[in-house]
Design a protein around this ligand. Structure first.
Ligand code: ADP
Ligand code: MG
Length: 327
């Protein structure tokens, strides 16, 4: 079982940011309104996620770490229309297979909480303790028992950047959740949990960018899209300023990126990338969400139309509107 878990872990846990993604999504599924993510050394040695969600009942704690144990909806169709982000029940078992996990959790109705420690899939302790409502996961020394995988990690700086990119997107996809991100003891981001998308973008990326946003709002027969595109000179030299959300979920899509990047041709220089935050609403029948266990990479059943419609939408926005100049 340990070996199987380790192999399965390779699918779900590629790097520290995968751990953060899975645990934050679980926190959101648990209806947390505040989530704190704290990392050290890019998350390679220490990740702590604290939420004020529903908590896990005492008897359920060990079960939650079993593979394919999920308390959530199991149908893929439900996934993108309902709020549940997880559905495979693979995250906790995978993370626990390749790291040292400490969990402290308490439900609203229980008087005491549970502290559970599991390392390399082995239960180390399970105790009743006093704890606040909600759940805290601490994940230490990722890949400590799989040195071959550990070798593929990048520098702490780079791994930390992946996490901060991810948290930006998670915050953008959940304006109603307050996110706090702390790296090596420094607070890097703190959202209020009650701002609109534009204020959030402003807060997360700063004034230089928000001052030059163009609103996008379009309805096509394949999707509706809302959000903002930014002034093309603002670029990180990669896609980390491109954010796409489908039915509330942050996703990566080479197709969507390509459509937006093509639409920007003539509006930006060659080495530049667009700034965009685009929220799509789409019929789940047009989506194939099951392509990868981490559920980040999506496919469309009608690639060409989605591409063309998005290209045209962004092209129109860029062509017909003036950027509000930065002040
Ligand atoms: P999934 O999210 O696909 O159900 P996971 O392995 O991520 O599977 O989590 C297993 C189970 O543990 C969840 O179904 C949920 O019941 C419970 N759980 C995990 N994290 C939390 C949390 N932060 N708060 C409450 N319950 C949680
Ligand atoms: Mg999950």
């Amino acid at each position: 079982q340990e070996t199987i878990d380790k192999i399965a872990a390779g699918e779900v846990v590629e790097r520290p940011s995968s751990v953060v993604k899975e645990l934050v999504e679980n926190a959101i599924d648990a209806r947390a309104t505040a989530v704190t993510v704290e990392i050290k050394e890019g998350g390679t040695t220490f990740v702590r996620i604290t939420d004020n969600g529903c908590g896990i009942e005492r008897e359920q704690v060990p079960l939650a770490f079993l593979r394919h144990s999920t308390s959530k909806i199991k149908s893929v169709e439900d996934l993108l229309c309902i709020h549940s982000l997880g559905f495979r029940g693979e995250a906790l078992s995978s993370i626990a297979a390749v790291s040292q996990v400490e969990l402290i959790t308490k439900t609203y109705s229980d008087l005491t909480g549970t502290r559970y420690v599991i390392e390399g899939s082995r239960e180390m302790s399970n105790d009743e303790i006093g704890a606040p409502d909600g759940t805290t996961f601490i994940v230490r020394n990722l890949f400590y028992n799989t040195p071959a995988r550990k070798k593929f990690l990048k520098t702490a700086q780079t791994e930390g950047n992946y996490i901060s990119d991810l948290i930006e997107r998670l915050a953008l996809s959940h304006p109603d959740v307050s996110f706090k991100f702390i790296s090596n003891g420094q607070t890097k981001m703190h959202t209020s949990g009650n701002s609109n998308e534009k204020d959030l973008i402003y807060h997360i990326y700063g004034r230089d960018i928000t001052a030059a946003l163009l609103p996008v709002c379009a309805e096509t027969e394949y999707f509706s899209v809302k959000g903002f595109v930014g002034k093309p000179m603002i670029s990180r030299g990669n896609r980390s300023y491109e954010s796409y959300f489908i039915n509330g979920r942050y996703i990566k899509s080479a197709l969507l990126s390509k459509a937006v990047e093509e639409a920007y041709k003539g509006f930006m220089m060659q080495h530049q990338y667009p700034f965009c935050v685009l929220y799509f609403t789409m019929d789940t029948e047009l989506l194939d969400v099951n392509v990868h266990p981490t559920k980040m990479e999506l496919r469309f059943s009608n690639n060409e139309e989605v591409y063309r419609k998005l290209y045209q939408t962004i092209r129109d926005v860029l062509t017909h509107k003036e950027f509000i100049p930065a002040v």
